[in-house]
Design a binder for this molecule. Sequence first.
Ligand SMILES: Cc1cc2nc3c(=O)[nH]c(=O)nc-3n(C[C@H](O)[C@H](O)[C@H](O)COP(=O)(O)O)c2cc1C
Ligand code: SF4
Length: 431
Amino acid sequence: MSLAAGQFPRLLAGMPPEGFLPLAAHEALHGPLPLSGRSRSRTEHPLILELERAGVRGYGGAGFPTATKLHAVATQGARPTIVVNGAEGEPLSGKDVLLTGRMPHLVIDGVLAAASTLGSDRVIFALDEEVRGVARVLQQALAQRPELQRRGAPAVSVNAVPGGYLSGQETALVSALGGGWAKPTTTPPYPFERGIKGVPTLVSNSETFAQIALVARHGADWFRALGTTNDPGTRLITVSGAVSYPGVVEVAGGTTLRQLISASGGLTEPIQGVLLGGYAGTWLSPDDLELRLDAHALRERGLRLGSGIVVLLPASACIVAEVSGVARWLEQESAHQCGPCIHGLQAIADALEELCGGGDRRGAYTRIERWCELVVRRGACSLPDGAATFVASALRRFRPVFDDHARHGACDLCRAERVLPIPAFDAVPVR
Ligand SMILES: Cc1cc2nc3c(=O)[nH]c(=O)nc-3n(C[C@H](O)[C@H](O)[C@H](O)COP(=O)(O)O)c2cc1C
Ligand code: SF4
């Protein structure tokens, strides 16, 4: 029986306790995939119009409207390449590995629907080279798809890209898949104009393709039956820190942080803050638990969900040591090719370590604040912007703790096991 409009969960519906959902079970749940084909006017293709009505926005971090992106690629006048961004370079995220490894047919459906709409002749699934099990699952699932055996089907490959925070940045990914370094390149041209081998390229996140699949099968009204007007549908959130069951949770748009914590088994200990949006995100207060995870409302307040990340920082962690460790890691992960990373991020990480060790003689705190303002919008990619948001919001939110370190040096909690992972994140269990 097909999934009803208000039925929950959607993306993770039918997920077996182990392994991946086979094609027959997937089709029993969602019905056959309608492939409408490349229309004469690709810019007014029914799927693009339906995605616009559904209000789908990318789930890779930036939240860009998916219909606008497909439309931009469609108007380039060539057969575009499609890249499924499953690099998942954010250490706090586990949703793309989960979705591709356990529900691969949903992701493949979205890719097939987009390829049919755009007339694509090439599809590349880009995965972190260190997550080999997912590549095997994907190969098995692709081999089950009759659509890919037909004449005129796009050529599909599963490509490993180097692990690392930057690999999933779209121009870095396009460069790596084209045989270059996994480093961001200057824009324009954007990948949708000139991507892999100069061909217009659609780069979208794995979860975005799964959402495209839901809209292609069930339509915009069905999609909007869950979530809020401005953040329709459901999304995957990776929850970690002081909760009983850290892992990936599916929630409808507008769910409160408190409800999310409850879906993760509740808090295991008192918390001192909440990190929203990962290593490019913002620190909130423990009093913010009624905040609604509505991407649109969050954007209006200058907040972001990023790729869907929430960390509940326990009171037993040292925020100064945590932030300092992540700032150093981000500086080292940067491509060291633009001023804000070479000078700014390195200086911020140095000064944070100085603060952490009780060395505020040269006004480390003020310098960090100033540098966080200076690095924004100065790089070829937004890594420094995200790092500055992460550090500056910690300084604002936890000022007394930073002041205390500046005066007295490391605290007892500085030696506690870190909550924020650097650099690798063990496989995320599922809720
Ligand atoms: C430093 C950095 C790292 C990124 N890493 C990823 C990633 O691992 N996976 C991903 O889907 N998008 C990542 N992005 C966002 C991509 O550049 C791009 O916006 C996204 O893949 C577009 O897909 P969407 O429209 O489906 O969200 C990253 C961006 C930046 C600035
Ligand atoms: S801003 Fe930093 S991470 Fe981004 S391209 Fe420049 S050096 Fe690399």
